[in-house]
Each structure stands twice: as C-alpha cells, then as structure tokens.
Ligand binder design. Structure first.
Ligand SMILES: NC(=O)c1ccc[n+]([C@@H]2O[C@H](COP(=O)([O-])OP(=O)(O)OC[C@H]3O[C@@H](n4cnc5c(N)ncnc54)[C@H](OP(=O)(O)O)[C@@H]3O)[C@@H](O)[C@H]2O)c1
Length: 240
C-alpha cells in the first residue's frame, strides 16, 4: 500500500471515460486531484462528463488509425506530459453475442481494432512521454483493462475473448520490454460489473450480483499507486 497523495497531480489519460468503469475512474481520479484527459466517441456525452468532472474530454474513436495521433497530441498538449495511460474502452464484437461460426469477419475486426490495435497504437504514440515521466522520477504506468474472457473459453464471447487474450499477452510482453525504462504495465481484470456493456452482453444478469464500477475503479487506483511506489511486479496481473 502506498502514499495516498500519490494520485494528486498525476497526469492520466483514460479511453472510454463516459460510461461504466471509465466514468467511475474519471470521477475517482478527478476527486483525488489527478489531471485527466478522457476519450469517447459521443460528443454530447464527452462534453457533459467534462463539465461535470472538470477533466479534459476528447472526442475520438480509438479503433480509427486516423484519430490516434490527433488524440495523443491533444492529450500531451492539455496535460503537459503523461504519467498514466488507462486503455479501458472496449468492443464486444457482435451484439447480441454470437458463436464464432455466426460471427462476421468485420465484427471480429472491430473487436481487435478497439480492444487490441487501438491500445497498441495509443501506447506506442504516448510511450516517449511515459518514458520521459519515468526518467523524471514521476513514474509511468500503463493499465490495460482485461477480462476473465481473456483466459476462459466462454461460448459466444469469441471475438471479445480473443481480443482480450491478445491484449493480455501484449501487456505481458511490453512489461518485459519496458522494464529498463521503468515504465510499468498492468493487466487488470475488473470483474463482472454493473455497466451498459454488461447489460448488452448478458441482459438476463442479476444486476444486484454485479460489482459497482466505483468499487472496481477504487481497486484500479490502488494498483496504480502500488505500481508507482514500485510495490508491484512490472508484469503484474491483477485479478478481481
Ligand atoms: N462490465 C463488465 O462486467 C466487465 C467485465 C470485465 C471486463 N470489462 C472491461 O472493462 C472495460 C470497461 O467496460 P464497461 O463495462 O465500463 O463498458 P461501457 O459501459 O460500455 O463503456 C465503454 C466506454 O468506452 C467508450 N468507447 C467504446 N468504444 C470506443 C472507441 N472505439 N473509441 C473511444 N471510446 C470508446 C464508450 O463511449 P462511446 O460509446 O461514446 O464511445 C464508453 O465511454 C472494458 O475494457 C471491458 O472489456 C468489463
């Protein structure tokens, strides 16, 4: 457990900050004094959450190659550098969920573009700023939001599960490669949460049995604190 003030003044970018876990992270980190930029595709929601939270809201689609560099330039311009990147935005692939035999190639491509290639492009574009932050002694952490579908073969979750499994391995390899520069990579499974994504994927779920996104956000912030304090392994795999 590390310094509770470690979050105040941190420069954090979050993808998917207008709903579910991402919104809970925006609220939690803003309340703790972090400097935040968040990304989502829907302009009206981005503007509302930016007004409510005081965070910088950016409209963009992380699955679109053309959006990545403009988003990164805005993030670095607004925050003056970057200490923490949270790759949280996600696509389920086919909705409603479908067996692989019934999944369109384009639906698999969409899940990979959002859940794997988008986080890869963003991390690559922001890596120099993160490494600079580590060199300056501020610390640098990349959090990639995972899922139990990355490791368990659930029927109907093929596109999503394959993309999350690839993201998990990408995180582990990047953690190894970034050790020398003290940029830490965390793969965090937040557990089953009561969010719009879960309601779309499992409409029949008992919502009372699901974790509140605010609770998962608190756990993730704690993992970031530990990573900044050097208390967690560089390749940490955080389970719910
Ligand atoms: N909910 C669960 O039970 C659960 C369990 C395990 C893991 N997870 C993971 O937790 C993370 C958060 O999930 P959630 O349930 O909070 O999802 P959510 O409620 O659907 O929120 C998704 C957020 O991402 C944004 N977004 C989606 N696609 C985007 C794109 N291409 N570019 C930019 N922003 C995009 C959405 O806004 P716009 O639509 O306006 O872009 C929204 O702000 C995901 O990585 C998910 O896989 C969730």
């Amino acid at each position: 457990m590390s310094d509770h003030n470690a979050v105040a003044g941190l420069r954090v970018a979050i993808t998917g900050g207008t709903s579910g876990l991402g919104l809970a992270l925006v609220r939690r980190l803003s309340a703790e004094g972090a400097h935040l930029a968040f990304i989502a595709r829907t302009t009206a929601t981005v503007e509302r959450i930016a007004r409510e939270s005081g965070a910088h809201g950016l409209v963009g689609d992380i699955a679109r190659k053309e959006d990545i560099h403009p988003l990164c330039l805005q993030i670095l311009g607004m925050l003056g550098g970057l200490d923490v990147l949270i790759n949280n935005a996600s696509s389920l692939g086919p909705v409603p969920l479908a067996l692989l035999a019934d999944t369109q190639c384009e639906e698999l491509e969409q899940a990979l573009a959002t859940n794997l290639v988008g986080p890869f492009r963003l991390t690559k574009a922001l890596y120099g700023a993160l490494a600079a932050s580590a060199r300056e002694g501020r610390g640098a952490v990349v959090v990639n939001i995972s899922s139990d579908a990355a490791v368990s073969a659930y029927a109907g979750w093929g596109a999503y599960g394959a993309s999350k499994a690839a993201l998990r391995q990408l995180t582990a390899i990047w953690a190894e490669e970034a050790k020398g520069e003290n940029v830490r990579f965390l793969s965090i499974d937040p557990g089953d949460m009561d969010t719009p994504l879960h309601a779309i994927a499992v409409p029949e779920a008992d919502r009372a049995a699901l974790k509140a996104p605010a609770m998962a956000a608190g756990e993730i912030v704690e993992s970031i604190r530990d990573a900044l304090a050097g208390a967690s392994a560089a390749t940490a795999e955080v389970q719910p």
